[in-house]
Design a protein around this ligand. Structure first.
Ligand code: 0RA
Length: 645
């Protein structure tokens, strides 16, 4: 009887917990966006965000993130420790409540607002629900507390043992559940290190240590930036030639909204890089903080340009994009009740932020430029040059348009177009040279696949300016084939003729170079295509392995070795290495690289615009030394994995 009672009680308890977190396991996408790699990494960010909050509250200075040998992740901080006292009505510890009740975290916030986690802001309980197991250790009040959970359910009591009391803090270790993350449960070092470094920049002075214990020797990195986002800008402009030495920095607060902006203009750059953050979340789609910043930059510089007689009375104002040419900026705002808009919730919607950023930045920027007239002059001169170049580009563009209107076929002659006129099913393969172009034309499904062969090293984009780029034949073919307008014009996806733009180059150094050139072009001049996920990279196999009647296509040296290892030791086999796409039979190219049913293709993402911009600058820029150093470190076969393709 008593046994039965106990079982029943335990059951009820368990059911309550399950009911609480069951929706999370049933519809994980609702809580973490996806169960793909992005959602998997989000688990780490969710746990780290709690430690960041503890740091922002002033109680924690060091956060350690470890990928353990078994693939689990530990996040350890030296904060006050999650409270462990028992709640009188629930009879559960605060710790267990935070771990098992959705959105319980906020209740223990203790004054002030939670800054991080605004994007999903789901709390540790979601991580708990989606983990095979979680092990929590809390040190506080001269005790060390531990508790273990499996799939969201506590499997031990909260165990307390005496402790020296020399340290306080929280350590959470979790192993993502393979039943949930069916695609992969493997954490990517670069993805995590990128975000952790970013968090260190955004939260000045917080020390973040990141180690990977899956490899020998272990990787360990520490990020700590006393200068915060100022150092972030320094990092992003480190390979560029700056127009002025100081980084202009604004910090202020108004109506509970904290604003921090750092920026600097560079000489040898024709585009801008502005990173926006709200509550530590990268606002890829912009929002009111960026609107405010752009507005105040344009207005202030035009005012000063007129005061200094750089723009005459009868002349028009400089445009915002002229003023921003060469600008690198980071803006980070902290908003008590953030509204995130858009499909991916990465656009800040709070309208009050626009004016707050505008007025805080306006005051500082005005003073700074008044006190530093040389800086004011060089920024204005550069903007005026940009204005004139844009004018020239406009004329070049009209030339392109007129030409295409006059010529009977507006599409480039080299384009082997597809027959479909439905962009959403159409694909264009950008291939290197005529021989690969030939194989691709024969191998394709002409119903929905178009081929555009591009010759040679298209253009060195970093070194040239708009007007020249648009006079280049290869670029003109590309733009007309895609059906696109030109930078400055609004990107209009209804004009895009293909929703899959696939870069298909050889797996050698030249192929990598052409791919980088094309990505540079898209990144700088058609960035919306990258941001909206239209750009892909084809992955042709490197090897064909034949054994008896069977054959296998393999995409890396590692895959090849793995496959060979599966053969009996005395097996006879033959390896063919493809040096270029031209060496493949059209049918092989179709089977391995072009057939949507069987191919492998990577979508190009810009998770980290700063990193991408850096790679492009180093590889394409005028300065040779950093480029050589980069290639020496990363090898000539650089495959842009840094771009997260
Ligand atoms: C609320 C109150 C207190 C600590 C925390 C939250 C806390 C939560 C997390 C999550 C990860 N690391 C954390 N560190 C601290 C402490 C209240 C007190 O001690 O008076």
């Amino acid at each position: 009887m008593s046994t039965e009672n106990q079982t029943t009680n335990y059951g009820v308890d368990q059911i309550q917990v399950l009911e609480g977190l069951e929706p999370v396991r049933k519809r994980p996408g609702m809580y973490i966006g996806t169960t793909g790699p992005r959602g998997l990494h989000h688990l780490v960010y969710e746990v780290v965000d709690n430690s960041i909050d503890e740091a922002l509250a002033g109680y924690c200075s060091h956060i350690e993130i470890e990928i353990n040998a078994d693939g689990s992740v530990s996040v350890t901080d030296d904060g006050r420790g999650i409270p462990t006292d028992i709640h009188p009505t629930t009879k559960k510890s605060a710790l267990e409540t935070v771990m098992t009740v959705l959105h319980a975290g906020g209740k223990f916030g203790g004054g002030g607002y939670k800054v991080s986690g605004g994007l999903h802001g789901v709390g540790i309980s979601v991580v708990n629900a989606l983990s095979e197991w979680v092990q929590v250790t809390v040190k506080r009040q001269n005790q060390v507390f531990t508790q273990r959970y499996e799939k969201g359910v506590p499997v031990t009591e909260l165990i307390a043992k005496p402790d020296t009391g020399d340290f306080t803090g929280t350590s959470i270790t979790f192993l993502p559940d393979e039943e949930i993350f069916t695609e992969t449960t493997e954490f990517d070092y670069n993805t995590l290190s990128g975000r952790l470094r970013e968090l260190a920049y955004l939260n000045a002075g917080v020390k973040i240590t990141f180690s990977d214990r899956r490899v020998t020797p272990e990787h360990i990195e520490t990020y700590c930036y006393e200068g915060g986002i100022r150092e972030y800008v320094t990092y992003m402009t480190r390979e560029k030639e700056v127009l002025h030495q100081d980084i202009i920095y604004v910090e202020g607060e108004k109506n509970g909204v904290q604003v921090e902006v750092a920026f600097q203009w560079c000489i040898d750059s024709y585009s801008d890089t502005i990173l926006g953050f709200a509550n530590n979340i990268r606002t890829v789609d912009g929002g009111t903080h960026l609107d405010g910043l752009k507005a105040v930059l344009t207005r202030t510089l035009n005012n000063i340009a007129r005061k200094r007689n750089k723009i005459k009375e009868n002349e028009p104002n400089l445009g915002g994009e002229n003023v921003r040419e060469g600008l690198t900026a980071v803006i980070s705002v902290k908003v008590p009740d953030p509204e995130f808009e858009g499909q991916t919730k990465t656009k800040l919607g709070n309208s009050e932020v626009r004016g707050i950023v505008d007025s805080l930045v306006g005051e500082v920027l005005n003073d700074y430029l008044q006190c530093n007239p040389n800086v004011a002059d060089s920024v204005i001169d550069k903007a005026i040059q940009a204005f004139k170049a844009a004018d020239a580009a406009r004329r070049a563009r009209e030339l392109v348009r007129r030409k295409s209107v006059l010529e009977s076929s507006p599409l480039p002659g080299k384009l082997a177009d597809c027959s479909s006129r439905d962009s959403s099913e159409s694909e264009i393969f950008l291939v290197e040279g005529d021989s690969a172009g030939g194989s691709a034309k024969q191998g394709r499904d002409r119903r929905f696949q178009a081929i555009l062969p591009l010759r040679g090293k298209i253009l060195n984009i970093e070194k040239t300016d708009d007007a020249k780029i648009y006079k280049n034949n290869e670029i003109q073919s590309l733009i007309t084939a895609l059906g696109l307008g030109i930078r400055g014009d609004e990107f209009d996806p209804t004009q895009l003729r293909y929703h899959h733009i696939v870069i298909m180059t050889d797996a050698d150094v030249d192929g990598a170079h052409i791919r980088t050139l094309l990505l540079t072009f898209f990144y700088r001049y058609q960035r919306a295509l990258v941001e909206e996920g239209y750009i892909y990279i084809a992955c042709p196999p490197l090897y064909k392995l034949e054994r008896g009647k069977n054959h296998f296509y393999l995409y890396s040296e590692r895959e090849l070795q793995q496959k060979i290892a599966e053969f009996p030791a005395n097996a006879n086999y033959n390896i063919q290495r493809f040096k270029g796409l031209g060496e493949m039979m059209p049918q092989q190219l179709w089977d391995t690289t072009m057939n949507p049913e069987t191919r492998m293709m990577k979508r190009v993402e810009i998770e980290d615009a700063a990193q991408a911009d850096h790679i492009f600058t180093v590889l394409m820029g005028d300065r040779v030394a950093p480029r050589r150093e980069f290639i020496e470190t990363h090898g000539p076969g650089l495959n842009l994995t840094q771009l997260d393709v």
